[in-house]
Design a protein around this ligand. Structure first.
Ligand code: SAM
Length: 292
């Protein structure tokens, strides 16, 4: 009879990807409904035939179709959150956790109380949800052009009982009066600047590079991957961020130089592999008629 220890070894051996150890843990936690320490402390606990079959089905989808594990399990881990996801939204990435950490540090350092935050291109809602959960007094807005993604982000916000204003629209259009959709309502009625912090992990892969991506990434929505809207965001953000506030953004490997040209005063931060992946610009740089 199979127990947790033997099935763990089976999964590790069967999975055909570089993250086999990590994915084995995630599969065991999900299918057996246990936590990571129980994988060790309950090593001799038997696993049912039904659970084994479920695990085999997951491995098959993962190996044969290269579907990201998070889509198969409909769950993604992001910081201390477990988010519902499907292929309508990008799988949240570890670099984006660093973006959230940086923002939280900056908010603390700058002593911004009750910040108003905008997450542009929210996808699963991971950034807005993590920030609102860490700072309950914040007012949070999260926008996306994809209705399906806003539905998922809303499910996730509800799961954590967080009040976030989700807005459908093209980047900052809903805040600039270019309303294209009846669902996008101009819920901010005061005069700008509206936000203490704007954040975005926008699509940043070129069409050319998209064609060369590994099979797994083709399961993710193309509109979440292909683009490079930083110049547009810079223009649209002008005059919208309050003094002492900032705009923080994620970008792709090798794009720092291009971004330095767009945001000449940006500070850059590296990911765990030492690669520049995050930028931050001060609100003073995004003043109306400032640096465009
Ligand atoms: C790289 S994904 C990031 C998702 C999520 N914030 C994260 O970090 O996992 C980019 C997101 O931007 C959204 N997006 C793409 N084009 C957009 C546009 N024109 N206006 C608003 N959002 C857009 C996509 O739908 C997608 O959810």
């Amino acid at each position: 009879m199979q127990n947790i220890e033997t099935i763990k070894k089976f999964i590790e051996d069967e999975l055909e990807n570089d993250e086999a150890k990590l994915e084995t843990r995630i599969i065991l936690e999900k299918v057996l409904n246990i936590n990571s320490s129980e994988i060790i402390t309950k090593a001799k606990t038997p696993v049912t035939q039904q659970q084994i079959q479920k695990i085999k089905d997951i491995i098959k989808l993962r190996n044969d179709k290269k579907i990201p594990l998070a889509y198969i399990l409909e769950e993604a881990h992001f910081l201390d959150l477990k988010l519902f996801i499907n292929s309508d939204v990008l799988v949240p990435r570890p670099e984006t956790e660093l973006l959230v950490d940086l923002i939280l540090q900056e908010i603390k350092k700058r002593k911004i109380r009750q910040p108003t935050i905008l997450d542009i291109g929210t996808g699963s809602g991971c950034i807005a949800i993590a920030l609102k959960k860490a700072i309950p007094s914040a007012t949070a807005y999260a926008s996306d052009i994809s209705k399906a993604s806003l539905q998922i982000a809303s499910i996730n916000a509800e799961k954590y009982n967080l009040d976030i204003n989700f807005i459908l629209g093209d980047y900052l259009d809903p805040f600039l009066g270019h309303l294209k959709s009846p669902i996008a309502v101009p819920i901010i009625r005061a005069e700008p600047p509206y936000f203490d912090i704007a954040v975005s992990n926008p699509p940043y892969i070129s069409e050319e590079d998209y064609q060369k991506l590994e099979a797994e990434l083709f399961h993710e929505p193309k509109h979440a991957l292909v683009g490079f809207p930083y110049e547009h965001l810079k223009k649209q953000l002008e005059g919208l961020i309050k003094e002492n506030g900032f705009f923080a953004f994620e970008f792709g490997f090798g794009q720092k130089e291009k971004l330095q040209k767009i945001f000449s005063e940006a500070k850059f931060y590296q990911d765990l592999a030492g690669l520049d992946r995050i930028g931050l610009v001060e609100s003073s740089y995004l003043k109306k008629d400032g640096n465009s």
